[in-house]
Write a protein that binds this ligand. Structure first.
Ligand code: AHR
Length: 307
């Protein structure tokens, strides 16, 4: 059956293909690569025309892409906002043009919730809490200070803000757990390595690394090994994502605990697009199901890991 036009999109009655404009953050991590593939594969499967752009982690590029989708009169715009702030103007332009917007993966801080139809993605605060809780449990009987360094994600992004906040909330109960340095590694392997090198130079007594994603942890592992230390033993490592390379490092004992962040958002996005085009009500927030992995659990899960 043909999708009806709810007045909020441009899909005409009849069998016109739905056109989806997707403005991706970039290709900064293994997670992002899996996310892009999921979106491209899912669009193909349901037969939507996908217009895809890569913003190379720059907000201005994403804004440009969204404006071009408005000009092209796509039926729905979806995007994963590189940072949380600064979207009101362009979202208002889409709304005025009658093009519905769906957020995937990352949130915006716009007060006007009518600027987008739904937000599909993880609960990043909860991810940070899971990381913090694991550490708090591990060091519950600590007699001495536990020195933690933190590799933050992209400055101003929802996952960096929220993973930091959730982690801080859970470790606050134990004054022995101390974050002695915290800096952005921009979610990339190269920056993770570079910042970890600087941390190791500045601090001789690092006990724990909390990295906001696997790629930064993997870069940091290279720096730790180059400094003659054993990742996972001399420095306990916690990260977020659970992509294959991260899971392999966990299975090898180099990462001690991974909080999963699911990148396979494509199928849920396509369902939401169809619902919006059909003029159906959709939930304002769709949260992804996620788990955690110790080294042992990573070993078990690795052979069947898709990404
Ligand atoms: O927004 C999700 C985060 O972005 C992932 O955890 C990270 O790897 C990616 O770059």
């Amino acid at each position: 059956t043909a999708p009806a036009n709810n007045g909020g999109g441009n899909a005409a009655a009849g069998d016109k293909k739905i056109t989806l404009g997707f403005a991706q953050v970039g290709a900064e991590s293994g997670w992002r690569t899996a996310n892009t593939k999921s979106i491209q594969d899912s669009a193909k499967e349901v037969g939507y025309e996908l217009k895809f752009s890569d913003a190379q982690q720059k907000q201005e590029n994403q804004i440009k892409a969204i404006r071009s989708y408005i000009q092209q009169k796509v039926d729905v715009i979806a995007f994963s906002p590189v940072v949380e702030s600064g979207w009101d103007t362009v979202l208002k332009e889409a709304k005025d043009a009658g093009i519905p917007v769906i957020l995937t993966d990352r949130a915006v801080d716009s007060a006007d919730k009518s600027l987008y139809k739904t937000f599909i993605g993880s609960d990043f605060v909860e991810e940070g809490r899971k990381a913090g809780q694991w550490l708090a449990d591990k060091y519950k009987d600590a007699q001495e200070d536990v020195n933690i360094v933190e590799l933050q994600g992209t400055t101003g992004s929802a996952p960096a803000n929220d993973r930091k906040a959730g982690f801080a909330e859970k470790i606050a109960a134990n004054p022995k757990l101390k974050v002695i340095a915290s800096q952005t590694g921009d979610f990339t392997r190269a920056k993770g390595k570079e910042v970890m090198q600087a941390f190791l130079k500045a601090h001789k007594d690092i006990d724990v690394l909390y990295a906001h994603n696997d790629d930064m942890a993997l870069g940091a592992i290279q720096a730790i090994e180059a400094a003659g230390l054993k990742p996972g033993e001399d420095i306990v490592i916690i990260s977020v994502d659970a992509v294959k390379d991260g899971m392999q490092a966990a299975a090898d004992g180099k990462i001690n605990f991974i909080v999963e962040c699911n990148p396979l958002l494509g199928p849920q996005l396509m369902e939401a697009v169809q619902a919006v085009v059909d003029g159906k009500e959709i939930e304002a927030r769709i949260v992804t199901d996620e788990t955690t992995f110790t080294s042992e659990q990573a070993k078990e899960a690795l052979p069947s890991r898709q990404y």
